[in-house]
Design a protein. Structure first.
Length: 139
């Protein structure tokens, strides 16, 4: 089941579309988004990354909730006998950074698209760039 949904700020006529397909090949979303121009917020399914590579007007942006879950699961699995060690862990630090991104994003809901973009560029972009600089340091 492929699920396509308009963004949360597209409130005039919100769209949620469930599309049954017999497979999960990248040709399915590639066909669906062939005329789309914009950003797709997706999970990390490789098929969406192939769409991003094959359609020049489409940018794939992975969902922070899927990234966040990895760190949250690591903290759940950590030994709780030493709370200080948990708070010093990479998982805790990165979960804190993602939580701050969520908190800042939550303050932008009532802004116009232009104001929201400006605030994202000014306040959220540095956090995202720090995160990816940290990730890329391990590659």
């Amino acid at each position: 089941m492929w699920v396509h949904r308009s963004g949360e700020f597209y409130t005039e006529t919100p769209i949620v579309l469930y599309e049954y397909q017999k497979g999960r090949d990248h040709s399915l979303p590639l066909e669906f988004y062939r005329d789309y121009k914009g950003i797709l917020v997706t999970d990390s399914l490789e098929q969406y990354h192939l769409v991003d590579k094959k359609l020049p007007d489409v940018t794939n942006a992975n969902c922070w909730a899927h990234v966040r879950r990895i760190y949250a699961d690591a903290i759940k699995a950590a030994d709780k006998k030493d709370p200080d060690a948990v708070k010093k862990s990479v998982a805790y630090q990165e979960l804190s950074r993602i939580s701050l991104i969520y908190k800042l994003e939550g303050t932008l809901k009532d802004l116009s698209p232009k104001e929201r973009l400006r605030e994202r560029q000014e306040n959220i972009r540095p956090l995202v760039e720090e995160y990816f600089a940290w990730v890329n340091s391990y590659i």
